[in-house]
Design a protein around this ligand. Structure first.
Ligand SMILES: Nc1nc2c(ncn2[C@@H]2O[C@H](COP(=O)(O)OP(=O)(O)OP(=O)(O)O)[C@@H](O)[C@H]2O)c(=O)[nH]1
Ligand SMILES: *[C@@H]1O[C@H](CO)[C@@H](O)[C@H](O)[C@H]1NC(C)=O
Ligand SMILES: [Mg+2]
Length: 393
């Protein structure tokens, strides 16, 4: 049967249009068009912020009761490395988190310590939540200074950093903490059965009601890492971190993700002296006192090999490599940048920086405020480079 030519043309046009639309949709989901390539002319947090798009898991639609065996909670926990002496600061933080989020979802807390928790610590933290709470000792072999570290060299280099006013430079436990957070936390047996973690520190604040399950959000969108704040680091503390990282990359070139954050990592425009002192690294990093992450990424071959390389290089002790730049370089190099999420809707403070969105769900912070204290703190804001090279997604 013959079909009139105009009808055939119309049919072909429809097919082409459909393909075009599908292609465009794919494009927009693969490459979020959220880059602020002309610079951050205005803090995006001043614009009204709502919940993320798409399906969200809510406490009134699913079973999130604390003890339910069939609860809608996914495989995730709230984790905190903390000292007994920080109990009161921790309780304040727990109250914030419970009020804004966890009293609805009841995710378990796991507290870690290099020494045993006191009875008072256990009793008061248990009383602060309906959720399950667990107390874990850090295994000695995860905490002790490795035997290849020369303690004389440590003391000498720490002294030099102290002279440059680097906080905690000669406090050995600070170095141990940074190393544990860099490459040990995800090896703790208590986390074996979990996929996602949310790191919480004593004294941090949460300002906004969050009414969806953020762990389900991570899982449903295949996210590897979530952050709130992006900052410059003190370059003196990581002078050889980037050179060591490049050495690792040269030996493992296939580890680099196709959609990595190279331009963000190596930016030398916004703060050239930082890039220079850090030997090619912008020092921009995710401020890891807040992070929501996929443990499978950290336990995976690439990140673990990277940590082993860094650990052998000694910079956790001879410099003061923090877990923030180490996680950031790992994520920026080995993860897909589309799988990293800015939780702009989670109002957050760790002294002295804020993530404070413009939303009726928030109270206790000022929308768009980035720092509390002296004006010079504003120059530590690295979000403009992140938004420029990676985006605001
Ligand atoms: N158990 C234990 N926890 C520690 C130790 N050192 C640090 N922490 C915890 O590790 C996290 C980071 O330590 P902080 O001292 O807050 O480090 P920071 O955030 O760089 O420094 P501040 O700006 O002073 O907060 C916090 O949750 C601390 O409670 C330690 O020696 N033992
Ligand atoms: C999820 O992300 C990982 C890498 O981060 C990728 O290998 C995998 O294919 C992704 N899965 C889906 C369903 O997109
Ligand atoms: Mg802290």
């Amino acid at each position: 049967m013959a079909i009139a030519r105009p009808i055939r043309m119309l049919g072909a046009a429809c097919v082409l249009l459909t393909l075009f639309l599908i292609f465009n949709l794919r494009q927009s989901s693969d490459q979020p068009s959220t880059k602020l390539t002309n610079g951050m002319t205005r803090d995006p947090l001043l614009d009204p912020t709502g919940e993320p798009d798409g399906h969200l898991w809510r406490a009134d639609e699913h079973d999130y009761s604390p003890d339910s065996a069939e609860s809608a909670r996914t495989n995730a926990a709230l984790i905190t490395l903390v000292r007994n002496e920080e109990l009161n600061d921790l309780l304040k933080t727990m109250r914030d988190l419970e009020r804004t989020w966890n009293s609805k979802f009841n995710y378990p807390y796991i507290f870690f310590n290099d020494v045993p928790f006191t009875e008072e610590f256990k009793q008061k933290t248990r009383a602060a939540t309906k959720a399950v709470v667990q107390y874990e000792l850090v295994p000695k072999e995860h905490w002790e200074v490795p035997d290849w570290i020369n303690m004389d060299l440590f003391r000498e280099s720490a002294q030099m950093l102290e002279e440059q006013n680097i906080q905690y430079a000669s406090k050995i436990s600070y170095h141990q903490m940074c190393r544990w957070n860099s490459g040990m936390f995800y090896k703790h047996p208590a986390l074996e059965k979990y996929r996602y973690y949310w790191r919480i520190e004593p004294k941090v604040q949460f300002f906004c009601d969050v009414d969806y399950d953020v762990f389900r959000y991570m899982e449903d969108r295949n996210k590897t890492y979530g952050f709130t704040i992006n900052l410059y680091d003190a370059p003196q503390t990581i002078a050889t971190l980037w050179p060591q990282t490049k050495k690792f990359l040269a030996a493992n070139p296939t580890y680099l993700s196709d959609n990595n954050m190279w331009d963000w990592i190596t930016d030398d425009q916004a703060r050239p002296e930082h890039n220079e002192m850090a030997n090619g690294y912008s020092t921009c990093h995710f401020w890891s006192n807040f992070e929501i992450g996929d443990l499978d990424f950290f336990r995976g071959e690439k990140y673990e090999a990277y940590f082993q390389h860094l650990d052998r290089a000694g910079g956790f002790f001879y410099e003061r490599w923090g877990d923030a730049p180490v996680h950031s370089l790992g994520i920026g190099l080995f993860a897909d940048s589309n799988n990293v999420h800015w939780f702009r809707d989670i109002g957050y403070n760790h002294i002295p920086y804020y993530n404070c969105p413009n939303s009726p769900k928030c109270s206790g912070c000022q929308a768009g405020q980035f720092f509390g204290g002296a004006d010079w703190l504003s120059k530590e804001d690295c979000r403009p480079t992140y938004f420029k090279y990676v985006g605001t997604h």
